[in-house]
Write a protein that binds this ligand. Structure first.
Ligand code: NAD
Length: 483
C-alpha cells in the first residue's frame, strides 16, 4: 500500500460525463484518495475540431506520463470518419485486459438474478477489433479476425491471477472453436494449458452461444469468465444489464504499462446537464483504479459507503423503484449521501475488502516458445469474377495449372463448389482456388506462386488476394477443404 500522491489523467467527457466525473472525484477525495489530477479534453469537441481520433497529441503526453487514465464517457459524433477513441486508447497504450465485475444488489436494485456476482475478463486488443477490413469485390467485404498466442496467454493468465487475488473459485472460458478451429481453437487450447498451472480453480469451457444463454439464465453458475474481444464486448453489457443496470458497472482496462478506468455505459446525451445521471458506474471504475494504484484502503471505504447508500434506498432515477427505494435523488445528492456514509459498512449486502497484496497479474513473463519448422505447401488465390456457374469457372481456373502447381478445389464463401460441387449452390463474385504441388503434400516456392499470379493476371482474371498454406512442424496451418 502506498502513501504517495499518485498523478492521474482525468477526462470529463461529454453528455453526463462532467456531472458523473465531478461526483466520483468528490466521493473519492472525501475518502482520502491520494491522487493529483491532470485534466485532458477528449471526445466530441476534439472530433469536431477535425481530429479524427478524438484526442489531441498533447493528451497522449499526459497519459504516457501518469500511466493512469480515469475517463468519463464521450459522444462519438454521427457520420463516418471518426475513429473509436476507446479502441484507439486500448490499442495504443497496450491495454490488453478489460475487467468488468457485474454484481446484483438484490433486494435494493431490481434484478431477476439475486445471487449474481461474475467478473468478465475480456481480451481487449485482438480478434475482429484489429480494424483490418476490406471490400474485395462488388458483393463481398471482409474483416480479419486475428488471435495471437502471446495475446491469449496474457489474457488467460491475467484471468487466473485475478481470480487468485480476488478469492474467486472458478474460471470459465467462452469461445466458438467448433467453428473457428484455428483462432478460437487457440484460445481454448491456451486456456487448458495455462489452467493446468492453477490447480486450485474449478475450470470450465463453454461454446459461447450456449454459454451466453446459460449466463443470461443462470449467472450464479459462473464466477470469472474469460473470452475473446467481441464475445466479451457483447456479453459484458448483457451481464451488467441483467445484474440490474448498465449504469451500475465500472470497468478497468489494464496493460503492462498503463491502465484506463471508466463506466461501461455511454454519455447518455438526453440526460445531460439535468443532475439526473447515476455516477455509480464511473465511481466503481474509480474503485478499480484505487486498487490498481495501490490504495485498496481508500477503495474499500468508497465501495462500502456506496453499498450502504444503495441499501438505504437513496437512488437515482434509473434504479428508483416505488416500494423498494426510499428517496429519489440527483447526481449531486447521491454523491453527498455516499460521502455522509464514509466509514460505514453495508448491513445487509456483503461488505467488500480489497487485498493489500500487489497485483501479480501485472508482472507476467511470457513463455518462450521455440519457433516451429514452417513449410510452404500451397496457396489459396482469391478471385473476383462474375462467372456464376461454378463448374464453368472451375474449368477456367484449372487452365492456370502448371509450373508444378495444380488447383485441387474451388470454393465460394467457404463452400467447395468444384470439382464435385452442385450447380444449386449459391455463389457470389468472391472465389477461392486452392493450389498445391502436383505431387501432393510437397513443398512449393514463392516463385511458383508469383508465376501462377502472373498467368491469371495476363488472362485478365482479377486475383484479389492470396493466403499462403503452411505446415508447422508437419501440422497443417489451415483448415482443409470440407472440414
Ligand atoms: P448510453 O449508455 O449512453 O445510454 C443507454 C441508456 O442508458 C440511455 O437510456 C441512458 O439514458 C441510460 N444511461 C446510461 N448511463 C446512465 C447513467 N449513468 N445514469 C442514468 N442513466 C444512464 O448509450 P447510447 O445512448 O447508445 O450512446 C450515447 C453516446 O455514448 C453515443 O455517442 C455513444 O457513442 C457513446 N458511448 C460512449 C462510450 C464510452 O465513452 N465508453 C460507451 C458507449 C457509448
Amino acid at each position: 500500500m502506498s502513501s504517495n500522491i499518485v498523478p492521474i489523467t482525468v477526462a470529463h467527457g461529454d453528455g453526463i460525463g462532467p456531472e458523473i466525473m465531478a461526483a466520483s472525484l468528490h466521493i473519492m477525495k472525501a475518502a482520502g484518495a491520494r491522487i493529483q489530477e491532470e485534466t485532458i479534453e477528449i471526445g466530441e469537441k476534439v472530433y469536431l475540431r477535425g481530429i479524427n481520433a478524438g484526442i489531441e497529441p498533447s493528451s497522449w503526453e499526459s497519459l504516457r506520463r501518469t500511466k493512469v487514465f480515469f475517463k468519463a464517457p464521450i459522444t462519438t459524433p454521427q457520420g463516418g470518419g471518426f475513429k473509436s477513441l476507446n479502441v484507439t486508447t486500448r490499442k495504443t497504450l497496450g491495454l490488453y485486459a478489460n475487467i468488468r465485475p457485474c454484481v446484483s444488489y438484490h433486494p435494493y436494485v431490481q434484478t431477476k438474478h439475486p445471487g449474481m456476482d461474475i467478473v468478465i475478463v475480456r481480451e481487449n486488443e485482438e480478434d475482429l477489433y484489429a480494424g483490418i477490413e476490406h471490400r474485395q469485390t462488388d458483393e463481398v467485404y471482409q474483416c480479419l479476425k486475428l488471435i495471437s498466442r502471446p495475446g491469449t496467454e496474457k489474457i488467460v493468465r491475467y484471468a487466473f491471477e485475478y481470480a487468485r487475488q480476488n478469492n474467486r473459485k472458478k474460471v470459465t472460458c467462452f469461445a466458438k472453436d467448433n467453428i473457428m478451429k484455428f483462432t478460437d481453437g487457440l484460445f481454448h487450447k491456451v486456456f487448458d494449458e495455462i489452467g493446468a498451472e492453477y490447480p486450485e480453480f474449478e475450470k470450465e469451457f463453454w461454446i459461447v452461444d450456449i454459454g451466453a444463454a446459460k449466463m443470461a439464465d443462470t449467472p450464479e453458475a459462473f464466477d470469472v469468465i474469460v473470452m475473446p474481444n467481441l464475445y466479451g464486448d457483447i456479453l459484458s453489457d448483457v451481464a451488467a444489464q441483467i445484474a440490474g443496470s448498465v449504469g451500475l458497472a465500472g470497468s478497468a482496462n489494464i496493460g503492462d504499462r498503463c491502465a484506463m478506468f471508466e463506466a461501461i455505459h455511454g454519455s447518455a446525451p438526453r440526460r445531460a446537464g439535468q443532475n439526473l445521471a447515476n455516477p455509480s458506474g464511473l465511481l466503481l471504475g474509480g474503485v478499480l483504479m484505487l486498487v490498481h494504484i495501490g490504495q485498496p484502503d481508500v477503495a474499500e471505504l468508497v465501495h462500502n459507503a456506496w453499498l450502504r447508500t444503495l441499501e438505504e434506498g437513496v437512488h437515482t432515477y434509473d434504479i428508483f423503484k416505488e416500494g423498494v427505494s426510499k428517496q429519489k435523488v440527483g447526481t449531486k445528492e447521491f454523491a453527498e449521501a455516499v460521502v455522509a456514509n464514509m466509514g460505514k459498512k453495508p448491513q445487509q449486502l456483503k461488505a467488500v475488502t480489497y487485498s493489500r497484496e500487489p497485483n501479480k497479474a501485472l508482472n507476467q513473463t511470457l513463455k518462450v516458445h521455440a519457433p516451429q519448422k514452417k513449410e510452404l505447401i500451397g496457396v489459396d488465390v482469391f478471385f473476383d469474377s462474375k462467372d456464376r456457374n461454378p463448374i464453368e469457372f472451375g474449368k477456367k481456373v484449372e487452365t492456370f495449372n502448371g509450373g508444378g502447381l495444380k488447383m485441387f478445389a474451388l470454393s465460394n464463401r467457404g463452400t467447395k463448389v468444384y470439382p464435385n460441387g452442385f450447380e444449386e449452390t449459391f455463389c457470389t463474385d468472391h472465389w477461392r482456388a486452392r493450389f498445391m504441388s502436383e505431387t501432393q503434400g510437397a513443398a512449393i516456392s514463392h516463385e511458383q506462386i508469383v508465376s501462377l499470379l502472373d498467368r491469371t493476371g495476363k488472362a485478365n482474371l482479377d486475383f484479389i488476394k492470396i493466403e499462403n498454406l503452411y505446415t508447422f512442424d508437419g501440422q497443417k496451418g489451415f483448415v482443409s477443404e470440407g472440414e
